[in-house]
Design a protein around this ligand. Structure first.
Ligand code: ADP
Length: 231
């Protein structure tokens, strides 16, 4: 299956000579990517704006056609384990003017389990409420998502990702616009995920790379991926 935490299982992620790019563009954004990531590990993806961090996360999420090579996710071909892979997109990728409440937005984290038209049950609504509480968003639950501050919206994205309950989390700049106080909160949540044995791939800025929940750091430069420092 795609789930489980047994030691004998396949790695969380295997990249074999992968090249990534966008339709219509001749050159690849990234190429010659090779990486094996064991389950329960937490890595940082570093690199300048435009270096390909989002592109790499999208490829793992199954949102991008590969130009070359192979990606295995939790032992399956990429795109086959949606129940176990949660993707937190960059803040700018969301249409914040979509008319939906905070409460309902969080529940969209369950769509992969429920389908769009089945209503969440009592247990699921309770889980959503607990996660909103953990990210101190309870008082905003009835608000429209475009009434929140940037930092509140960022916490909301994390809340939705948590509700998904996946084993592998792909986080695109989860600290974006989060102020100092809430940064500690978000950091605590990510530490908790790691303690639960989740696998985390986090695109982040230089400033964050001292975060202690990263087991290793990888840098994207000139279209390739290299590990930094000793783990
Ligand atoms: P980062 O997340 O590190 O800022 P991105 O992965 O967003 O970098 O972008 C890497 C490169 O891919 C950039 O040159 C960017 O212009 C290009 N790119 C990103 N998204 C698209 C797209 N949808 N279509 C074409 N090119 C894109």
């Amino acid at each position: 299956t795609c789930g489980g935490h047994h030691a004998h299982e396949s790695p969380a992620l295997v990249f074999q000579n992968v090249a990534l790019g966008y339709p219509g563009a001749d050159s690849s954004v990234l190429s010659g990517l090779n990486l094996t990531l064991d389950r329960g590990r937490s890595i940082a993806l570093l690199g300048d704006n435009g270096s390909g961090k989002s592109t790499l996360l999208k490829s793992i999420a199954g949102l991008l056609r590969l130009r070359q090579g192979k990606i295995s996710v939790l032992g399956h071909a990429v795109g086959q384990c949606h129940h176990q892979v949660a993707y937190l997109p960059q803040h700018r990728d969301i249409d914040w003017d979509f008319p939906i409440s905070v409460q309902r937005f969080v529940l969209t984290g369950l769509y992969i389990h429920l389908g769009w038209f089945r209503r969440p049950g009592r247990v699921q609504r309770k889980a959503a409420a607990e996660i909103l509480d953990r990210l101190t968003l309870t008082s905003l639950a009835e608000r429209r998502i475009n009434e929140l501050s940037g930092g509140q919206q960022q916490r909301l994205l994390l809340a939705r990702t948590l509700l998904h309950g996946a084993d592998l989390l792909l986080l695109d700049e989860p600290f974006n616009a989060v102020d100092a106080e809430n940064r500690a909160l978000v950091r605590g949540v990510l530490r908790g995920l790691k303690a639960e044995g989740k696998t985390l791939v986090t695109a982040t800025h230089e400033l964050d790379f001292g975060e202690d929940f990263f087991d290793a750091r990888f840098r994207l430069t000139d279209g390739s991926l290299t590990e930094e420092g000793a783990p």
